[in-house]
Design a binder for this molecule. Structure first.
Ligand code: GAF
Length: 398
């Protein structure tokens, strides 16, 4: 592996020791949930459309101890502060910082009908939670969904909840929307909860029907390279919400409940009805939905070596129509392609974060070196490049 590529290291094995450093309860178990890469289908989830993400071999681990009172207490490797809240005083408007991802899940379970009232023989007790993660924060790889989903499966097991994974995804989305304050869709939590090794999750965000789609990268001699630009993105503010509002306005003007109901053949009429900017936002979503369907079909019929043009087209659509790319992402994509990637695009919500490049294994080092050199020449911060593999979704470790 070249100097430019770091390996996707396993989460630290020191979790128990770290938990014991902070808490004096006994460890009841450890749960893990992965981050995700979205292969294709960007800003389609909140338009009731299609997405094709996969869970990656970068994950959060939460170690949990059961308390005898009603407190949730959280600590982590990325903060010195131990935060706490009572299960009887969960208030999303008072949740701040990274602990909102944890407390928000408990609150959202209650909002979705789970009784948190506890009582003499109830398994719903207070908990001590210690969180660690090797999903890079702010890289567009859903470090937040990884925390939410690890906590969600831990609470499900410890509180003996009879709930499904799609239900937990909706709980995670509610926590992200109302406790964290980011108006995101349901893709990231679905990928983290439903992921399967070597496979992508083909999700219909209207019906929430999900299918596992074999990626076949290894057999085809391909690797998925992540290029973290280190341009920070923040979905709780700014451009993400503005794009979502444009989509909703486009749907309203076109007389449909969501852009899922607009097809590529409807676009000429849409262009007559909408102003130029709203039309381009709509065109991105409508063509991106079609690209997801085309990618699934291509993976199944022709294998991953044939999806490159769809990845490239997705990036151009995000750059030119949805306008959520940044120069660092555009450079990562164009240099990757020139150096041998068969397709490349930015991934995630945009305005920073990471690009992905699908590369023949023997071209990986050349692509990595070319991207690193191009960033230096452009005066950009040095990117971090690493290969990811499609991994299993959230689960109990022990
Ligand atoms: C972020 C959001 F969290 C997702 O719901 C999705 O909208 C994505 O941006 C863009 O496709 O990851």
């Amino acid at each position: 592996m070249s100097d430019h590529v770091t390996s996707a290291s396993a989460p630290s094995e020191s979790t128990r020791a770290s938990f014991a450093d902070v808490f004096d309860t006994d460890v009841a178990g450890r749960w893990t949930a992965p981050g995700r890469v979205n292969l294709i289908g960007e800003h389609t989830d909140y338009n009731d459309g299609f997405v094709l993400p996969f869970a990656i071999d970068r994950s959060t681990i939460v170690t949990v101890g059961r308390r005898s009172d009603r407190l949730l207490r959280v600590a982590s490797t990325f903060s010195d502060v131990v935060e706490e809240v009572s299960l009887d005083a969960l208030d999303p408007s008072a949740m701040q910082g990274w602990s909102a991802y944890v407390f928000g899940i408990a609150w959202a379970l209650g909002q979705r009908g789970v009784s948190l009232s506890g009582g003499a023989d109830s398994p719903v007790t207070g908990l001590d939670l210690f969180v660690e993660s090797d999903v890079p924060i702010g890289a567009g790889l859903s470090s937040s969904a990884a925390i939410e989903c690890a906590v969600a499966v831990a609470l499900t097991d410890l509180w003996e909840l009879d709930v499904t994974r799609p239900f937990l995804a909706s709980v995670g989305q509610l926590a992200e929307n109302d406790a964290v304050g980011a108006p995101t869709g349901i893709m990231d939590q679905s990928a983290s909860l439903l992921g399967r090794a070597d496979s992508a999750v083909f999700l219909d965000c209207r019906s929430l029907d999900a299918e596992v789609v074999d990626l076949g990268f290894t057999a085809a001699g391909l690797e998925l390279l992540v290029i973290d630009t280190h341009v920070a993105h923040e979905h709780a503010t700014g451009g993400y919400a503005a794009r979502r509002a444009s989509c909703e306005e486009g749907a309203r003007l076109l007389g449909v409940s969501s852009l899922r109901d607009v097809t590529v053949s409807d676009l000429p009429r849409a262009e007559e009805v909408l102003d130029d900017e709203t039309f381009r936002r709509v065109r991105h979503v409508v063509t991106e939905d079609q690209r997801v369907l085309d990618t699934v079909r291509t993976l199944r019929l022709d294998g991953p070596g044939a999806i490159g043009p769809l990845l490239d087209a997705s990036h151009l659509s995000m750059r030119d129509d949805f306008e959520i790319s940044v120069p660092e992402l555009d450079l990562a994509v164009s240099v990757s392609r020139d150096a041998g990637a068969i397709g490349a695009r930015m991934t995630g919500g945009g305005f920073g974060g990471s690009a992905i490049a699908l590369v023949p294994r023997d071209a990986r080092d050349a692509v990595s070196a070319a991207v690193t050199a191009a960033f230096a020449a452009a005066g950009f911060a040095e990117p971090t490049l690493f290969v990811v593999h499609a991994a299993d979704g959230a689960r109990r470790l022990g």
